[in-house]
Ligand binder design. Structure first.
Ligand code: NAD
Length: 290
């Protein structure tokens, strides 16, 4: 099978994941079209990518490394989907809500060339369900990137019911270009990673709600007893508590199984605007620059 050298990649969503995906692509010489719903969000994304690149180069001490301006030059920031007409491959990283994603895929399908592959970087939504919105179900795949994207070499790839082998090869090729590898699994809401992780995080929040242990002690047990790098509550803060809530709600609706009911404390924290690292306050408090 002939490999495609993908040069122009569309990225939908400039939040936690979209920023990381766009940065990683631009740092591996791709031209990126990054689209979100407001100029303000895009300006913040640009600033964050600049800071991330400076932070990386501070540790790399590689004189050959490209400047943040050169890398940012390869990213077109826009609120207009029409620029996706040039995209050979699109990675979608919008809010984990079915109603939002549904409208996005309708637009992408109408604008992008017929051969463009759509990769959903969703936490839990079925890839087969996403593909059903489009007229190109064979060209829709799940690419579940890990956070922070530029530092995580492994991606969970999901084969939807109609995903073709050619689409899988194209996605694998793009991952190689990005310096990453994929692990391919079959489609099911939450896939492998989040069917387990979201339940673990939700249960850890129930433990906190039931006053069984403090935030620090819940995390310490996972780190010191099981050797995990991060505890479930630290992980929740890194992902974003809003995204955790949306993901567990997707699992609850997808399986119609009460074991996925979101913990009331999680709902309350999201209602109170405690989203974790991304806005400075979750189970822990963060300096916004960290
Ligand atoms: P986020 O809330 O940080 O960002 C989502 C972005 O999507 C926001 O900037 C929002 O304005 C934008 N958006 C909403 N509607 C849009 C539209 N119509 N067009 C373009 N942009 C739109 O969320 P995130 O954490 O970046 O998550 C994005 C996706 O990636 C979700 O599906 C999530 O489940 C998944 N994911 C998240 C993580 C994580 O650790 N946070 C990891 C893997 C996958």
């Amino acid at each position: 099978m002939q490999m495609r050298n993908i040069q122009v990649v569309g990225v939908v969503g400039a939040g936690v994941m979209g920023i990381g995906v766009a940065q990683n692509l631009a740092q591996t010489s791709h031209h990126v079209i990054l689209v979100d719903i407001s100029e303000e969000i895009l300006e913040k994304a640009k600033q964050e990518i600049r800071n991330n690149i400076r932070f990386q180069s501070f540790f790399n001490k590689n004189n050959q490394a490209e400047s943040s301006d050169d890398i940012l030059h390869r990213i077109k920031f826009s609120t207009n989907y029409k620029f996706f007409e040039d995209a050979e491959f699109v990675i979608e990283n919008a809010t984990e809500k079915w109603d939002i994603k549904k409208e996005i895929y309708k637009q992408l399908d109408a604008i992008c060339p017929k051969k463009t592959v759509f990769a959903a970087n969703t936490s839990a939504i079925s890839i087969t369900r996403i593909a059903s919105i489009t007229q190109r179900a064979d060209k829709v795949i799940g690419m579940h990137f890990m956070n922070p994207v530029p530092m995580k070499p492994m991606v969970e790839m999901i084969r939807g019911y109609h995903t073709s082998n050619e689409t899988i090869s194209t996605a694998e090729e793009l991952l190689v270009q990005m310096g990453k590898e994929g692990i391919l699994v079959n489609d099911s809401p939450g896939f492998v990673s989040n069917r387990v992780l979201m339940l673990t995080i939700n249960e850890a929040i129930f433990l906190l709600q039931d006053q069984v242990a403090s935030v620090e002690d819940v995390d310490r047990i996972f780190k010191t007893c099981f050797g995990h790098k991060m505890g479930p509550l630290e992980t929740a803060d890194l992902i974003g508590l809003d995204t955790i809530l949306f993901s567990i709600e997707v699992l609850y609706e997808s399986f119609n199984d009460s074991k996925y009911r979101p913990c009331p404390l999680l709902k309350k924290m999201v209602d109170a605007g405690l989203y974790g690292r991304k806005n400075g306050q979750g189970f822990y408090t963060y300096n916004r620059a960290s």
